[in-house]
Write a protein that binds this ligand. Structure first.
Ligand code: SAH
Ligand code: SF4
Length: 377
């Protein structure tokens, strides 16, 4: 140990590369790491407490650990704190949109939404997305890369470290709900998403109930079934069309897993007692908003414990669709409600700061998009 410490003093840059982000380790993984060095298991509990309850930025602040353990942590790990590039607050609904820079310079967005008694955070799981849905700004970027486990966790941790007073006065210092509905297809990065869920729900970690976390997917059926086997968080499925013809056009994933495959997967999905799958439905004016769509939707969801979440399309520059008018939207909802379905409308959050569903996009993607366009002209 002493020899390593001497080495680290002489070659700090080299040691920097060897240190790993500690917020990427699940409780079991960190216990294993500490056990290798004969550190008692309860150390993991202490480290988790400091990381996720106290949200410290340095190992030196973990005052109930021995100096030896702190030095060991210092040598082998670091506590990431991604630099904040910007933070915008919506004047309309107080949504806070944060932009963070990752170590490779890529930026990701996360949105904090204080709504009544809930403080919900929407997190990203990838930089960009490979699924190429026609109505989505993130999809238009293509996939740049998966986020590492720690990069998913750090979004929540870093936002929590810096809650503005207006948030803490109302909600204390604890998030109540998390939705994986930011940039990316979470099930396309399944293992890292599962590990991040483990850290968020662990009693010694954030200790957020599984019932308060929702993972949303465009419909990667095998990964969806695996998610159901491995965790009890809520599932949301982006349905977005009621015929294969339209779904093929707006969500290319439908060519791989069509509506029948998707809904059979939903029927097979292991739901706990009293739990339901949320079906998200982005309403695109004149495309998927007819009375027949509403009828077909009820038929498709028959036999699946479900809630329907209607999302009026949020316009963005890269897509040709139109937002539905409010009366039509409400009529669509009423048709479903009158027939016994649970159907809510999700009005967009932070419309003035492009924080809404499908509007997130990393800064450099915008830059390269404009560069691309400029090159074509
Ligand atoms: N990739 C996952 C989760 C992120 S997208 C998924 O697709 O489910 C979160 C939600 O935003 C999805 O239901 C998606 O259909 C919706 N969405 C995407 N673009 C949108 C837009 N322009 N307007 C409204 N909702 C949109
Ligand atoms: Fe990806 Fe979801 Fe956007 Fe589709 S809607 S491109 S799956 S982020």
């Amino acid at each position: 140990m002493l020899a390593i410490m001497g080495f680290s003093k002489q070659y700090p840059a080299l040691m920097e590369n060897l240190r790993r982000p500690i917020t990427g380790f699940t409780f079991a993984q960190l216990s294993e790491e500490l056990a290798k060095l004969g550190k008692e298991k309860y150390r993991t509990q202490q480290v988790f407490f400091w990381l996720y309850r106290k949200r410290v930025r340095t190992f030196a602040e973990m005052t109930n650990l021995s100096k030896e353990v702190r030095e060991y942590l210092e040598l082998n790990f670091y506590i990431p704190a991604p630099p904040q590039v910007s933070m915008q607050v919506s004047q309309e609904d107080n949504a806070h949109k944060y932009l963070y820079k990752m170590t490779d310079g890529k930026t990701i967005e996360t949105v904090l939404m204080p709504i009544k008694d809930r403080l919900t955070q929407c997190v990203s799981s990838q930089v960009g997305c490979a699924m190429a849905c026609a109505f989505c700004n993130t999809g238009d970027m293509g996939l740049m890369r998966n986020l590492a486990t720690h990069e998913i966790v750090d979004q929540i941790l870093e936002v929590a470290r810096n809650y503005p007073d207006s948030i803490t006065q109302k909600y204390g210092d604890r998030i109540t709900n998390i939705v994986y509905m930011g940039m990316g297809e979470p099930l396309h990065n399944l293992q890292n998403v599962l590990d991040s869920l483990d850290i968020l729900t662990h009693p010694h970690g954030f200790n957020i109930s599984h019932r308060k976390i929702t993972v949303s997917t465009s419909g990667l059926v095998p990964q969806m079934l695996e998610l159901g086997k491995k965790t009890r968080v809520n599932l949301a499925v982006s349905l977005n069309a009621t015929t294969d013809e339209i779904r093929d056009q707006v969500m290319p994933v439908n060519k791989r897993y069509n509506l029948k495959a998707l809904l059979d997967g939903c029927k097979e999905y292991e739901l706990g007692p009293g739990r339901r799958i949320t079906f998200e439905y982005v309403i695109l004016k004149g495309v998927n908003d007819s009375r027949s769509d509403a009828q077909r939707m009820l038929r498709l969801l028959d036999g699946i414990p479900s809630k329907i979440n209607l999302i009026p399309y949020n316009p963005h520059p890269a897509s040709p669709f139109l937002r539905p008018e409010l009366p039509e939207l409400l009529a669509f909802q009423k048709y479903l409600l009158d027939r016994g379905a649970t159907a809510t409308v999700r009005f967009s959050k932070g419309p003035d700061i492009l924080a809404a569903c499908g509007q997130l996009r990393s800064k450099e993607a915008l830059r390269s998009k404009y560069a691309e366009r400029a090159a074509r002209v």
